[in-house]
Design a protein around this ligand. Structure first.
Ligand SMILES: C[S@@+](CC[C@H](N)C(=O)[O-])C[C@H]1O[C@@H](n2cnc3c(N)ncnc32)[C@H](O)[C@@H]1O
Length: 392
């Protein structure tokens, strides 16, 4: 592909990403993959170049752009060599017309920038939400140990005890250590918030919003594969991905349970008042993971955010009912917004005056209300809020 054809390809992909963001469709990663699946003429260098252009344009536009071309023109405004490729030659995009609409820049749509600023994320801290994330590994202690594990490319030991950090884009999926379950891809922040629950061998632990099990596997390793670990979620497709991952990681204590939205308590009635610990890794805006999915900020609306906050409150109350009297409730969101973090945690404490927040001693993060917040700019991890509650 010529450089101009790559720009035109990126524009076409951006049109699809924008449409998907408006209709709550597929994530950008999947759209890029699909686009190339049907265009075999593109070589690996073309794919990388187009992908980089697509993501650079997504990062450059705060609000959702009107078109892929407007998004690419935003990028071209600061890059004369990119602007020069709009020459209409071959498969290149048409020349730039005077007065053509250019998408707006910024970190996020204005309402969301304001919400972040009200949660003390602005300036460099806000900009850091859109940086490229490194690749973090967790060495799976059920099969290996960080001190002795030999990898094709040694990583930098991170702040979580079994973590290793590698450059963005390292292809670990083909490594033997990956295929044999000795390593998992997991952000260091995610490893730290899992550890905050303090899951112990022999306990009954519930991972209430387990998804595909990223944190379930870390909890199983902390429990040394002893006890009972119940992974639940309302999303059948996500939960079904947990089983093969658990098998690869040598996790034998995880049981999955699919929940019906709105009827979760019924499916968990046999566990009421029984659990030693419950993790609520709640559905949220994902503002802490924009480094990986920058188009997430084009999808969020104030209504959606309010819906997330309502579900979080409901799941926290459900989790409290599952715990035995001195059990621990871990609340995690990958969000930097107080409404899904410190504010939500304070709301739980207000509704449950007989509960209190435990002091957390994480290797990173800053205290925020009843919990701790990790931020990409300050901590170099994905953004998270974590709090741990206990009945007093
Ligand atoms: C932040 S994600 C979980 C990520 C997962 N724990 C991990 O570490 O990979 C939130 C999950 O909550 C699930 N969810 C949404 N509503 C739920 C509900 N009412 N009960 C349980 N899970 C729910 C979503 O399907 C999603 O998988």
């Amino acid at each position: 592909m010529t450089p101009g054809a790559r720009v035109q390809a990126a524009i076409e992909i951006l049109d699809l990403v924008i449409a998907a963001a408006r209709a709550n469709g597929a994530p950008a990663d999947r759209i890029v993959g699909e686009w190339f699946r049907t265009r075999r003429f593109a070589g690996s260098k073309d794919r990388r170049a187009v992908r980089d252009l697509v993501y650079a344009a997504i990062r450059a536009c705060g609000p959702v752009p009107i078109s892929g071309r407007a998004a690419m023109l935003r990028l071209a405004q600061d890059d004369p060599s990119l602007a020069g490729l709009f020459d209409g030659q071959g498969h290149a995009p048409a020349p730039i017309a005077a007065e053509e609409p250019v998408a707006a820049g910024g970190v996020a749509p204005p309402w969301l920038e304001r919400a972040l600023a009200e949660s003390d994320i602005s300036g460099d801290q806000a900009q850091a939400l859109l940086a490229r994330a490194p690749l973090d590994l967790r060495v799976n202690t059920l099969k290996a140990d960080r001190a002795t594990l030999a990898l094709p490319q040694p990583g930098e030991p991170g702040l979580a005890p079994q973590s290793l950090r590698l450059p963005h884009g390292t292809q670990v999926e083909s490594w033997e250590a990956y295929t044999t379950g000795q390593i998992e891809v997991q952000d260091i922040g995610s490893q730290l918030v899992c550890a905050a629950l303090g899951a112990q061998p022999g306990e009954l632990v519930i991972d209430l919003c387990a998804g595909a099990g990223g944190k379930t596997l870390a909890l199983a390793a902390a429990m040394d594969n002893r006890g009972r670990l119940i992974a639940t979620d309302t999303d059948r497709a996500r939960l079904s991905r947990l089983e093969p991952r658990a098998w690869r990681a040598g996790v034998t204590i995880a049981e999955t349970r699919l929940l019906d939205p709105g009827r979760e308590a019924e499916a968990l009635a046999d566990l009421a008042g029984q659990a030693d610990a419950v993790l609520v890794d709640a559905p949220c805006s994902g503002t802490g993971t924009w480094r990986r999915s920058p188009e997430g900020r084009w999808r969020l609306t104030p209504d959606q955010l309010a819906r997330y906050a309502a579900v979080q409150a409901r799941l926290l109350d459900l989790a409290a009912s599952l715990l035995r009297p001195d059990g621990r409730l871990g609340f995690v969101t990958c969000s930097l917004l107080d409404v899904e973090g410190a504010g939500q945690a304070a709301g739980f404490l207000a509704r449950h005056p007989d509960w209190s927040a435990q002091e957390l001693h994480l290797a990173a993060g800053t205290s925020r209300g009843p919990g701790v917040r990790l931020a990409p700019g300050r901590d170099g991890t994905d953004g998270f809020f974590v709090a741990c509650f206990r009945k007093t």
